[in-house]
Design a protein around this ligand. Structure first.
Ligand SMILES: Nc1ncnc2c1ncn2[C@@H]1O[C@H](COP(=O)(O)OP(=O)(O)OP(=O)(O)O)[C@@H](O)[C@H]1O
Ligand SMILES: Nc1ncnc2c1ncn2[C@@H]1O[C@H](COP(=O)(O)OP(=O)(O)OP(=O)(O)O)[C@@H](O)[C@H]1O
Ligand SMILES: [Mg+2]
Ligand SMILES: [Mg+2]
Lengths: 227, 227
């Protein structure tokens, strides 16, 4: 499903070079549940952006569903992103002057759902994250953790076959986090693939495989018995 | 030092009313170390914004240093904010097209430091959070946790007498979090006041008093023996 081979991502800034990813190779098969951990700045978000076709590596190859990402057109990439991938961004990336409901409906517009279907599916997704009563509120009328939950609802609304979640519980208290992890578990049980970045041990423990990054390299990649 | 008496903060949105703070009374003396906890949406950031003079309550009184915040002019409030308070925002609030160093220097401009002093103090604050080599990089060239650390450096650069930190370790791995908590401990040991919002138990345990919010009310306010 996902195969990274010798991936590097290098930023050149003046006379300083930052190797965000410094030679990473990894395979993830369909239906796996992987947690990516590592210190701040170790390359987790960069790796998620490469996997989610939002960023291109400096060197190395990335194959998604057997096709080289580098050989795909922008249209191909956009189509895979819209049809297969649900992304929870570390910075949420909600549209500002747009209600929670409209933010969550966005992936459904690409999926060609009717307005009635979109409204029902988006409302259900918001109810699943405990925000059914806030559907017509804008992001700036919501708390930090509420905005994060809208971003999660948007990523899950279309039952993606690959969920990429970058620190999805960073702004949530433990009880709300448990509710979110239960939603991810439902998606996983349906045979979908979950790739989760987290710095919280007890969130990582839900995964069946733990990958640790340090300074842009994989220093650990082992199966995990989930809690 | 800080006295909240029957504080409410109510948002009226159409026919729906959200009581972000629903009658809160609390006193914090100089030199205390308080952790504020509670579920997502329970009113933690709203309380911090009232304490930090960034938001006015709907009803109730807020006294800071014996003066009614409601009776202060905008200039008085700005002066207290610049001279006494260091704020780590939940959303970091860094200036986008500005380097890390310039972001951290900002409070020192208000404090009337010379350019040479500002440069030295800001660089030292960045080194304290492990980002000395990234001083001329912009926020969009940094990872999520690196941006959070720039926001922490900016809040600490002028040794504030009151530190208001809203989820300061939300984007940080545990090792980096320990380093940040050590910086807060240094500030506390110098006799300053620390008020910290967190949803992480092991961060809250550094405080000497734990306050828990639920639905805009204080449901717990007890001393804590710090780790
Ligand atoms: N500008 C606003 N307009 C309307 N409602 C608001 C506004 N700001 C906050 N609220 C609401 O007030 C309540 C408290 O918000 P607050 O940001 O204080 O919560 P919080 O405890 O910090 O949550 P989190 O842990 O998710 O950051 C929430 O239900 C939120 O939606
Ligand atoms: N646009 C950019 N320009 C320059 N450097 C960048 C850029 N984006 C990321 N980096 C650098 O690449 C490294 C890896 O960044 P990345 O965002 O992947 O880290 P991370 O593991 O997600 O960190 P965090 O846990 O703090 O979110 C960091 O040192 C970061 O500063
Ligand atoms: Mg990141
Ligand atoms: Mg908050």
């Amino acid at each position: 499903l996902i195969r990274l081979t010798d991936i590097t991502k290098v930023y050149q800034m003046g006379d300083m070079e930052v190797r965000a990813l410094d030679g990473v190779s990894m395979e993830i098969r369909r239906g796996e549940y992987v947690a990516i951990m590592g210190p701040s700045g170790s390359g987790k978000s960069t790796m998620m952006n490469v996997i989610g076709c939002l960023d291109t590596p400096t060197t190395g190859t990335y194959e998604l569903n057997g096709k080289l990402a580098s050989a795909m057109t922008d249209d191909d990439l956009a189509q895979i992103r819209n049809e297969e991938i649900g992304f929870v961004f570390q910075t949420f990336n909600l549209l500002a002057r747009t209600t929670s409901l409209q933010n969550v409906e966005l992936p459904l517009i690409y999926a060609g759902k009717t307005p009635v279907e979109r409204h029902q599916m988006a409302l259900k997704a918001l109810e699943n994250v405990g925000l059914g009563t806030r559907s017509d509120h804008m992001p700036n009328q919501l708390s930090g953790g509420q905005r994060q939950r809208v971003a999660i609802a948007r990523a899950l609304v279309n039952d993606p076959s690959i969920l990429l979640a970058d620190e999805p519980t960073g702004a949530l208290d433990s009880k709300t986090s448990v509710e979110i992890m239960a939603l991810f578990e439902d998606l996983y049980q349906k045979g979908n693939t979950i790739i989760l970045v987290t710095h919280e041990e007890d969130i990582a423990r839900h995964a069946h495989r733990i990958v640790k990054l340090r300074d842009g390299k994989i220093i650990h990649d082992e199966p995990n018995t989930p809690i």
